[in-house]
Design a protein. Sequence first.
Lengths: 187, 187
Amino acid sequence: MSSSSKEAILAAARRTAQAHGYSGLNFRDLAEEVGIKAASIYYHFPSKADLGAAVVRRYWEDTAAGLESMLAETSDPIRCLRRYPDVFRKSLEAGNRMCLCSFMAAEYDDLPEAVKQEVQAFADVNVAWLSRVLSAAVVVGAEESEPRARAIFAAIAGAQLIARSRSDISLYDALIDSYRAAGLLPT
Amino acid sequence: MSSSSKEAILAAARRTAQAHGYSGLNFRDLAEEVGIKAASIYYHFPSKADLGAAVVRRYWEDTAAGLESMLAETSDPIRCLRRYPDVFRKSLEAGNRMCLCSFMAAEYDDLPEAVKQEVQAFADVNVAWLSRVLSAAVVVGAEESEPRARAIFAAIAGAQLIARSRSDISLYDALIDSYRAAGLLPT
DNA sequence: ACCTGAACACCGTTCAAGT
DNA sequence: ACCTGAACACCGTTCAAGT
């Protein structure tokens, strides 16, 4: 089995970054949560940039796996599109947290290069999945599925951001409903 | 005329916060940009929270004034709705910056109460203006204009966030086009 | 009225050194 | 292999002192 300290650090860092961003990640608090000293984290991750990149990589890997299993459960693409907003809703449910990569999109100027690349990978995973499902559902024409996928991804990220700023999950639900009513998402 | 240092501090703080957020604001760098010492800022603003609240208040006041003058220039509400995304585009044009309040929406957990309130006021200003213009344009039914206003605001904030994370204004334009194609915004 | 030097307490980060 | 003490650089804030 893998190092439990390393896994514990990754999990704690992810939770913290979803609430306070990359800049809000600090080794003292992180270490205390895990039960070691701040300097010990550097044994597992050579720098904050490495930790950040590892956290985001794990994050999009988990997201990709979750999306794949959703598709495996329900082969109906329209059903998958209806359930997609739940992925972002879960972060709000977990202590009004955000998508890690939305927070880091805001922090982009201050992100190490390795972290930036993982943040882009997260977006790519989501857009590729949405694009595939949109094609299968024949919601839009073939060459419109990727632009539409990007629009859905961006709009949902925005809905989560705004709902977070009011600590109001019902606002998130209302925004998703409005997207459906407007025709951005299938009803 | 008003204190030029105070105004210079407000302007510099706004630019910095649009690129690095509230947590990225620091009095030493800010002072250097203005040409005074960090301690001098405290003469004008009793604390960082006060500075932050003043910056955001000024920001939404300027935004509100800009939106009003747009409406005064063009009484055509559809034309106003077409031009609204330009407001957010301008931040990206200015060094890939973000809407101050989108960044602070992400930072919400770490914001002083006074700053939180100003961030909400910014959203309120935008939603109220959009709602008014949507009503005038008869784009949606009367009781749908506020939910739709919120949806447009959230979706555009999301488009800006995603475009920033790629430093790609053309992606922002493409997202707005997709929103129009999907029916979220009038074409 | 407006600004500054110097200091304080604190925190993120690093690294040589421990076992 | 895994962890830590101690140090460094930095930051928000204060305050007595300057003009």
